[in-house]
Design a binder for this molecule. Structure first.
Ligand SMILES: [Zn+2]
Length: 659
């Protein structure tokens, strides 16, 4: 199966208080919407968070306002026009089941129900008070009685639909541990101590793996080729223990309200390395899931879809259909607009190998990881995420704070550096037992005792860093120089800000007579930055943090696969090599998300002129043209490098470089 790249996730969490469910479902109208959107796959509902099923069930509870097999009708409508229809089954949130079976509800240590924060509030409010968004009780998925019930539903769905394409289980990893009666009993039977958090966590993980395994076993008994995905706010990079049970990854992310447009690329680059299919999942919503009547602009959707494609991710757009199941034409027109463009650029995005010659290793600090990704992307430096300590592929390796390597990883890193590999790393990475695991020209001392500190540096004046001590909103690690070269220094405040000693409104100024510590140290082809500078950048957004990292990186990383000039910080650039077609495909993207109210939206899509591209590739270039319009671009060769200019960029261009 070629994994479908044009998908919709059709939410259908529908109140039992609404009648006439599916009363306007019309096969032709449903199919017309799918065709308008150019869909290859749409995830349809068997069971929703209200706990209600949309087909006649003998196990669960069919929606009281529904009188026919809606799930089946949707699957049939899809298959008739060659569209896949994987089926959604809620797992962790099911209102009907939690009310009928309180013993199935996940519990905290005190025996209280685990639930979303907004649901907690509803316990103390009156029945007629406003029900906050996303108010659900969590059910226990530790392979107990509730899971037995899900297995039966799974089997029922598998038997009922002879050509089932896949299953999508939702809300699967919502708590870190469960202390319901069954889990406490189960832990004791396994010789675990329920009072010990590590034991409870271990039990939770093992039992969730059993749950996933059993669901997959039932599905594949009836439908060996079907896909299976267990969701919980999107595929999670931090939970590799669950990866073996997923057939693919759906990176759920609503950029307007979930933290912006730059969370997706780093996840895409991570999941690419799992070698399983991965898709980005956004929404047609202005804000969040379950929003009726909220829309994103069609060009914003096109921007998102294009960004996913550039990162090699298939695409899925979330929708929530009206209870009567008439498909909203406005939504499918917008999706069709974005997916028509995807059709045009797909050949230049989805095949070939990344040309990135800079690799990053992810640490245990998500903010620092994402900040590093942003710094690189905003400078049009493409990167790969390094799995399995495979450093040798890369000219330069960069690590944010929080990277720990195994013994094998440390050996590989040392060999890489000894062979001329370049390394830039930050913060508390590569520290083990209070020592750096490699020689960086300085000794690790420990955490700083200060709340803030300041950087002063002569690094590249053209980097336009402040010609004054620069505030860091959290401090550097404390190191002591041995034989490294100091490229920047740390000035310390007079004192930490406390109730007893404080100075003015905010941070204590630096003490010009005080101790000076190293901030950046270079030894050979290794540079260490004592601050978690990418974490600072992600959290505080100062352009000087970004420039500071780039100034240091520029000392090491001098052989980019390609260079883009004039694309500004919101420009993104990625290039694939498609050997089978003797070509490179360079994708350039430009859009400006801005904060409006509570959302990040894209309204303006200004044209960018005269973007200069320099390619550092070994092949003799024969032809350069724009992928969509086929318009040719003049190119020249200078000092072994191919150069050309893209006269105008509007949102996106695929540039094809044939050799
Ligand atoms: Zn439990």
């Amino acid at each position: 199966m070629n994994f479908p790249i044009k998908q919709v996730h059709l939410d259908f969490h529908t109140s039992p208080d609404i009648k006439g469910i599916g009363s306007k479902f019309n096969k032709e109208q449903f199919q017309a919407a799918l065709k308008e959107a150019k869909l290859e796959s749409i995830t349809v509902f068997a069971k929703c968070h209200h706990g209600l099923s949309y087909y006649p069930t003998e196990i669960g509870k069919m929606h009281p306002g529904l009188s026919f097999d809606l799930t089946g009708a949707e699957i049939e409508a899809c298959h008739e026009i060659g569209v896949r229809a994987p089926v959604y089954i809620t797992a962790g949130w099911s209102e009907w089941d939690s009310s009928m079976h309180p013993e199935w509800v996940s519990r905290n240590k005190k025996g209280e129900m685990n639930c979303t924060t907004s649901r907690k509030d509803s316990f103390i409010q009156g029945e007629n008070d406003y029900m906050d968004h996303c108010s659900w009780v969590n059910l226990c998925l530790n392979d107990g009685s509730y899971c037995e019930y899900i297995y039966k539903i799974t089997e029922e769905v598998c038997k009922r639909y002879k050509d089932l394409d896949g299953l999508f289980y939702d809300i699967c990893f919502i708590d870190g541990a469960c202390y319901c009666d069954e889990c406490v009993k189960g832990m004791k039977e396994m010789g675990l101590d329920p009072q010990n958090e590590a034991d409870a966590r271990f039990y939770y993980i093992e039992k969730h793996k059993s749950f996933m395994f059993k669901c997959g076993e039932i599905l594949h008994k009836y439908h060996p080729e079907a896909t299976i995905f267990f969701n919980s706010g999107g595929a999670d990079m931090d939970k590799p223990q669950y990866f073996p049970y997923e057939s693919h990854f759906e990176m759920e992310d609503l950029p307007t309200v979930w933290g912006g447009y730059d969370k997706m690329p780093i996840r895409a680059k991570f999941f690419k390395e799992t070698k399983k299919p991965y898709i980005g999942m956004t929404g047609k919503f202005h804000t969040n899931w379950g929003e009726f009547g909220g829309f994103k602009d069609k060009d914003a959707l096109k921007f998102e879809i294009t960004y996913m494609a550039m990162c090699g991710a298939g695409c899925s757009v979330g929708d929530h259909v009206h209870p009567d199941c008439e498909m909203e034409w406005e939504t499918y027109k917008k999706i069709g607009y974005a997916y028509s463009y995807l059709d045009k650029i797909a050949p230049y995005c989805y095949s070939g190998e990344s040309t990135a010659n800079l690799g990053i290793v992810l640490g245990d600090n998500g903010e620092a990881n994402e900040g590093l990704s942003c710094i690189l992307l905003e400078n049009q430096i493409d990167y790969d995420v390094i799995f399995d300590n495979n450093f040798d592929k890369y000219n330069t390796v960069v690590m944010p704070t929080g990277v720990k390597l195994s013994d094998e990883g440390a050996d590989k890193l040392k060999a890489y550096i000894n062979n001329g590999g370049k390394l830039l790393f930050m913060g508390n990475s590569l520290v083990r037992d209070n020592e750096f695991i490699i020689d960086i020209g300085a000794d690790y001392i420990g955490k700083s005792e200060y709340d803030w500190d300041y950087i002063t540096t002569d690094l590249k004046p053209e980097a336009e860093l402040p010609d004054a001590p620069m505030l860091c909103y959290f401090p550097a690690e404390n190191i002591k120089l041995t034989d490294g070269e100091v490229l920047a220094s740390i000035l310390l405040p007079y004192f930490n800000r406390t109730k007893l000693h404080y100075c003015g409104h905010q941070n204590t100024p630096h003490n010009k007579e005080g101790e000076i510590r190293p901030s950046i140290v270079k030894k050979g082809n290794v540079i260490y930055m004592a601050h978690s500078m990418s974490g600072l950048y992600k959290k505080y957004g100062s352009i000087y943090y970004k420039r500071y990292v780039m100034a240091a990186l520029g000392l090491l990383y001098t052989e980019r696969a390609f260079c883009v000039e004039g694309l500004l910080s919101q420009g993104r650039a990625m290039m694939n090599k498609q050997k089978e077609n003797n070509r490179y495909c360079l994708n350039l993207l430009y859009g400006i998300p801005v904060k409006r109210g509570m959302c990040e939206i894209i309204e303006d899509m200004p044209d960018i002129y005269n973007v200069k591209i320099t390619l550092n590739i070994e092949e003799e270039v024969k032809n350069v043209y724009l992928g969509v319009s086929k318009e040719k671009l003049e190119f020249s060769k200078k000092e072994g490098k191919t150069e050309f200019v893209l006269p105008k960029l509007h949102c996106h261009e695929s540039i094809v470089i044939e050799y």
